[in-house]
Design a protein around this ligand. Structure first.
Ligand SMILES: NC(=O)c1ccc[n+]([C@@H]2O[C@H](COP(=O)([O-])OP(=O)(O)OC[C@H]3O[C@@H](n4cnc5c(N)ncnc54)[C@H](OP(=O)(O)O)[C@@H]3O)[C@@H](O)[C@H]2O)c1
Length: 253
């Protein structure tokens, strides 16, 4: 009999779509969240915290696979991932699928360093594992612009392109990987188009009916240089289907 698949971060932007795709594929799903049980039916719920370890033993017990989408958006992701691994090792060595970011080894952002170290914890975990790196989600790019909506000027990174991808495209791939055999590091996934931050901001403003000045800002530093060099892009892997403009149009409906 098939055991459930645990989705950490199953309440997040990506994780909740992964949960739905696995349910649609007929799999039983357990969601790990720090929150008390959701009223939403259709899947199991495990309340737990990867920073403290509370509830993690119960969450990882009796599962076939773990899709690890939870993030603390900080360097604490390394210890959190290790905690998940240690618990999974005590509970039958399920397949661990980790979502990472294109360029974690090329752009020296502190969060990317933590993701890279978390990847290393996964690869040396002795669990069966799969790692997928993707480019930025449409939601994140939209947030970099919408966060400035009260300002008359929208600052964007001069000379920086992004290749945003839709979480549905990523979730579909993760769900496929979760029901398949451990695959190691699989090919990166990028969104269908590479566009400048400037251009993406203008598309966002047009789609949301806002008029603002878009101001490209040339910032110094190794992180922005890494972005300017395109370390976070996957031009050869432009496999995502939903464009940023299509994503924006759907948000308006
Ligand atoms: N955003 C991007 O552009 C992008 C691109 C490529 C890869 N990724 C990766 O994709 C993954 C998901 O990103 P996302 O944007 O969907 O994240 P998100 O929306 O910020 O969701 C974060 C999730 O992590 C859970 N979480 C946070 N702290 C936790 C803790 N201490 N213990 C247990 N769960 C905890 C939250 O659950 P509760 O609040 O319910 O506890 C939430 O479901 C991340 O690993 C990220 O690095 C993101």
């Amino acid at each position: 009999m098939q055991k459930p698949i645990l989705v950490t971060g199953g309440t997040g932007t990506l994780g909740r779509v992964v949960v739905q795709q696995l349910l649609d594929a007929g799999r039983d799903v357990r969601v790990l969240s720090r929150r008390p049980r959701s009223t939403a039916a259709g899947h199991e719920w495990a309340t737990g915290d990867l920073r403290t370890g509370e509830g993690i033993e119960a969450a990882t017990s009796g599962v076939d696979a773990i899709v690890h989408c939870a993030t603390t958006l900080s360097s604490k992701d390394v210890a959190a991932t290790q905690r998940l691994i240690d618990s999974a090792r005590r509970h039958g060595d399920p397949h661990l699928i980790y979502i990472s970011i294109v360029g974690v080894d090329r752009v020296p952002l502190f969060y990317y360093r933590a993701k890279l170290e978390a990847e290393e914890r996964v690869t040396s975990s002795k669990l069966p594992w799969t790692i997928l790196r993707t480019t930025q989600f449409h939601d994140l790019i939209a947030r970099t612009i919408s966060a400035q909506r009260r300002s008359p000027v929208i600052g964007v990174l001069a000379g920086v392109d992004f290749q945003p991808i839709d979480v549905r495209d990523v979730a579909e791939r993760l769900a496929e990987l979760a029901v398949g055999a451990p695959a190691g590091r699989v090919p990166d996934m990028g969104g269908p188009e590479i566009r400048s931050h400037d251009d993406l901001a203008r598309a966002y403003l047009a789609a949301t009916g806002r008029r603002r000045l878009v101001l490209p800002v040339r910032l110094p530093g190794a992180v922005v240089t890494g972005y300017r060099r395109g370390g976070h892009l996957a031009p050869e892997q432009a496999v995502g289907r939903v464009t940023f403009s299509e994503f924006l149009a759907e948000q308006r409906r």
